[in-house]
Design a protein around this ligand. Structure first.
Ligand code: DX5
Ligand code: ZN
Length: 211
């Protein structure tokens, strides 16, 4: 199982001051910065596109971890690659040919992730595990930060870890020190956290408590 990585989600951070948000995450020791991209179609919420990632890129050395909660991910790959993304994760539930999207991401030299919503079984992405660099198990319904952790997702994490011992398995939603323990024991190693980290007085301490 790969080492634990903390990916700070900016979704619930101070979006009015992304420069200091990015600096705060890096200072706290989060290795990755997680961008929750929503198009108002795949999920009802709309957040931000590649122009916001481009704006943040110069102010952080963090690994830019893009999570596309969009209906047509194939339309976003080049935009986010040009803007400086380093990983792009798309949803199996979106309207695309997964193998084609994975090929597009790798053609740009980026890492490719594939994601499942809480009600989607692990079997939906099993055929692609050998093609991707990461599997993202949503531990809340996609759309908003600050939701409660869905414990029914734990068996899915275990199933994916058994199938892919060396793959990055990322979890996203409701991650705090208590739920982090559960997901890491189940086999997840990349922890996306937004609310818990950006609400903390001491981000460094918060990151350490997640690990
Ligand atoms: C849901 C988002 C959130 C966000 C982190 O679509 O993907 O899960 O990243 O949420 P919290 O605030 O629960 O850490
Ligand atoms: Zn996310």
């Amino acid at each position: 199982m790969p080492d634990t990585i903390v990916s700070a989600s900016i979704l619930n951070a101070d979006l009015s001051d992304l420069r200091s948000t990015a600096r705060k995450a890096a200072a706290g020791g989060a290795e990755w910065l997680h961008f929750d991209v929503m198009d108002g179609e795949f999920v009802e919420n709309i957040t931000f596109g590649s122009s916001v990632l481009r704006a943040v890129r110069p102010y952080t050395d963090a690994f830019l971890d893009v999570h596309l909660m969009v209906m047509h991910p194939q339309r976003q790959i080049d935009l986010f690659a040009d803007a400086g993304a380093e990983n792009i994760t798309f949803h199996i539930e979106s309207d695309c040919d997964p193998a084609e999207v994975i090929g597009m991401i790798h053609k740009r030299g980026l890492k490719a992730g594939i994601s499942v919503k809480p009600k989607t079984p692990a079997s939906a992405i099993m055929p692609y595990l050998g093609m991707v660099d990461m599997a993202l198990v949503m531990t809340v319904e996609p759309g908003y930060g600050g939701q409660g952790f869905i414990t029914d997702t734990l068996p899915k994490i275990r199933e994916l870890r058994r199938a892919a011992p060396e793959l990055h398995i990322e979890v996203d939603g409701g991650i705090n020190p208590d739920t982090s323990k559960l997901v890491r024991e189940a086999g997840a190693n990349v922890l996306v956290a937004g609310t818990f980290l950006f609400r903390a007085d001491d981000m460094g301490e918060a990151v350490r408590r997640l690990r």
